[in-house]
Ligand binder design. Structure first.
Ligand SMILES: Cc1ncc(COP(=O)(O)O)c(C=O)c1O
Length: 282
């Protein structure tokens, strides 16, 4: 039994009551974040909360709490649950009102956050994962971390049925991102990644990894690549809060590079490890 954050209060999970007329439930009218916790320490909390407020602003939802207060409440939540390594799930919806599409006159946003113990997927980091390519059928505001996740849910299900860890999405043959990750590829000492525009979510891990790349002297080009180009890349990487820096070693019926995580990927993983709380990595 654990504790949740419900608006501005920490309560036992079972005490949280969400109304059936909540607009998050009915329309997916809200935004969310997933934030990693290493050894009890919340990683890149500031960056996640910045994105949370920006996502909310983009859907015209005013979060009724100050960032510093929310930051403290999330740290308290981690402590109260004695969370070591895992993540925080945080979401806010526009609130409860009789169902109508346009915003209700009076509506108080509903915020919840909870935590989950979740070890780092070390075997994936070490061995790499398989991916499948699928059409990106999502809307055109992928920069917003909205609760509407049917596109990614359907893509993930198809990937799962094919025995793949992730779906690499494309629009008209141009790779955008993963169903729940950013996709990057390396060729001849250059790391290519889709520019952070409305076609992708600007991943926090993406940005940490791009900093790592620059620190290591790996050239970064924020330039989209096609599925044809993807096939010629020697290393393919997906990044996300929970997947960190995960090598992709197979895509549908072909092998990436040598079929093993590449040298740059290894270096990026090492550099990334220097940025997270020391106690948890070997
Ligand atoms: C569509 C999509 N792109 C990228 C990411 C990676 O973002 P982050 O590194 O901030 O977790 C996610 C994470 O959930 C995602 O859902």
């Amino acid at each position: 039994m654990g504790y949740s954050l419900w608006n501005d209060r920490l309560v036992l999970d079972e005490k949280v009551i969400i109304d059936s007329q909540d607009r998050g439930y009915q329309f997916g009218d809200g935004v969310y974040e997933v934030i990693k916790v290493y050894d009890g320490e919340v990683f890149t909390l500031n960056e996640h909360l910045d994105r949370f407020y920006v996502s909310a602003e983009k859907i015209k939802l005013a979060i009724p709490y100050r960032k510093d207060m929310l930051m403290q409440l999330l740290r308290d939540l981690v402590q109260k649950n004695k969370l070591a390594t895992g993540h925080i799930y945080l979401q806010i919806t526009r609130g409860t009102s009789p169902r109508q599409h346009h915003f209700p006159e009076k509506c108080t946003p509903v915020l919840i956050a909870n935590v989950k113990e979740n070890p780092r997927p070390l075997a994936n980091f070490e061995n790499g994962v398989k991916a499948t390519v699928l059409e990106d059928i999502r809307w055109l505001r992928c920069d917003i971390k909205t609760l509407n996740l049917l596109g990614p849910v359907l893509a993930k299900q198809e990937a799962y049925e094919k025995g793949c860890y992730e779906a690499i999405l494309h629009r008209d043959g141009v790779v955008t991102e993963g169903a729940s990750s950013n996709v990057h590829a390396i060729l001849d000492g250059v790391l290519y990644t889709h520019p952070a525009n409305n076609m992708i979510l600007n991943g926090i891990t993406r940005n940490v990894m791009l900093t790592c790349a620059k620190e290591m002297g790996l050239l970064v080009k924020e330039q989209a690549f096609t599925l044809e180009q993807l096939k010629t890349m020697t290393e393919v990487i997906i990044t996300s809060t929970t997947s960190e820096i995960t090598p992709v070693i197979e895509i549908d019926d072909y092998v990436v590079g040598t079929g093993k995580p590449g040298e740059w990927t290894r270096k990026l993983q090492k550099q990334f490890n220097t940025k997270i709380p020391v106690a948890i990595y070997k």
